[in-house]
Design a protein around this ligand. Structure first.
Ligand code: ZN
Length: 394
């Protein structure tokens, strides 16, 4: 089966202009101004995409695929990710993580969910570990988890600068970074250490300290929630200038924004303005994480749940509200996270890469169609993918 997408305006994420894109065997096999296939014995689907944008499927580097939260008691544990929400949000590659709770949640569950999402048609990976130390693993050893377990590409989200963290020392963090790095080197994976950064004024101090005192580079760490405040953003920009990559969280609420958080789109625009290298900035959804709401006395009075659709909303908002170029905004949701995660076949439109593609309506940026590994999951805003539960869950 061949698919030929004709005359779309292609952002790879850099602009390629109006092109035809040919897909075979789940991969992109040709990109040209005009591709004509005649007398083919193979079945061919031709898609007229004139006037549409063709962009890479989004790469979401932090999703609580099996649910998160629970910080207001067991009834505040959030539900797991719905496959169809990821499809509607244009996310074709994602990385699952545990969070604060690695007691009622398990890595086994995270592994099963990664396999299920991949079977259903997405590409899902996972981090071993959680917020806490000593690190919980599947095999009893961090390096072995990365080397022997297929969807495990790194470790995280390990918490620092947060009252919910295990308060790791620089020594402990250096050991974890070294183990993850060697596991990654030996298995050809990224071995990245995803770091949850809380709201303590210590910010990224611990990461800079590890870099100073040990043979560990800043690029070994991938700190997230850097749009939590302007002061954390400034630390983050410094981090990128030292060779690291930072991540902004797209899921938020008006309540959290009022408390000083910046929208991911705004943080992206500010970071670019202040000279952060454009390849060093990413946006993830933190989907299924809990977003607490507090009353005027500081008591928890309800929760929202992070949404995987936020990654699309925020890169588009960066373009529409903050004048970031389409390639730069899109790179934060595609090429840049794919690079940090070591997924060289993801996050771009180029010959040889997986055919993970979103077709967008250019006036509204609405997601019209979604393809992952050459298979359509959504066409003309209608889900066409099927899961084992599609009769009950669509
Ligand atoms: Zn987090």
């Amino acid at each position: 089966m061949l698919t030929l997408i004709k005359q779309a305006t292609v952002f790879a994420p850099r602009i390629l202009g109006v092109c035809d894109v040919l897909i075979a065997g789940g991969r992109i096999v040709q990109i040209d101004n005009k591709i004509d296939i005649q007398g083919s014995q193979l079945s061919l689907e031709v898609v007229d995409a004139q006037g549409r944008y063709l962009v890479p499927g989004y790469v979401d580097s932090l999703v609580h695929t099996t649910g998160g939260g629970g910080e207001g008691g067991f009834n505040t544990r959030t539900p797991e990710l719905d496959f169809f929400d990821a499809v509607r949000g244009g996310v074709t590659t994602l990385v699952g993580a545990l969070g604060t709770d690695a007691s009622t949640r398990s890595l086994g569950d995270l592994f099963g969910k990664a396999k299920a999402l991949t079977n259903d048609g997405l590409s899902c990976y996972m981090y071993t570990g959680s917020y806490e130390l000593p690190i919980k693993t599947l095999t009893g050893n961090l390096r072995n988890d990365i080397m022997f377990i297929d969807p495990v590409i790194g470790v995280g989200e390990l918490a620092i600068a947060d009252h919910r963290s295990s308060q790791p020392t620089a020594n402990e963090l250096a050991r974890i970074a070294a183990d993850a790095r060697v596991g990654g080197l030996l298995s050809g994976k990224s071995g990245i250490v995803m770091i949850h950064v809380g709201d303590s004024s210590r910010a990224l101090d611990l990461l800079f300290q590890v870099q100073r005192d040990f043979d560990v580079k800043l690029s070994q760490f991938y700190p997230t929630h850097i749009n939590r405040s302007t002061s954390l953003l400034d630390h983050g920009i410094e981090f990128t200038k030292g060779g690291g990559t930072i991540d902004f969280t797209a899921s938020t609420t008006e309540h959290i924004l009022k408390m000083g958080e910046l929208r991911a789109s705004h943080a992206l625009a500010l970071a670019l303005e202040k000279g952060a290298p454009d390849h060093s900035l990413t946006i993830s959804s933190d989907a299924q994480g809990s977003l607490p709401h507090f009353d005027e006395h500081g008591n928890l009075d309800g929760l929202d749940i992070g949404s995987i659709a936020s990654i699309h909303d925020e890169w588009v908002r960066a373009v529409v509200d903050h004048n970031v170029s389409i390639p730069n905004a899109l790179a934060a949701a595609t090429r840049n996270p794919a690079r940090v995660l070591g997924l060289s076949h993801k996050g771009g439109i180029a010959v040889g890469k997986d055919a993970d593609l979103n077709l967008l309506e250019p006036s509204s940026f609405t997601i019209d169609s979604v393809m992952c590994r050459g298979k359509w999951l959504m066409r003309s805003e209608k889900i066409v993918a099927k899961t084992a539960f599609h009769y009950t869950r669509r």
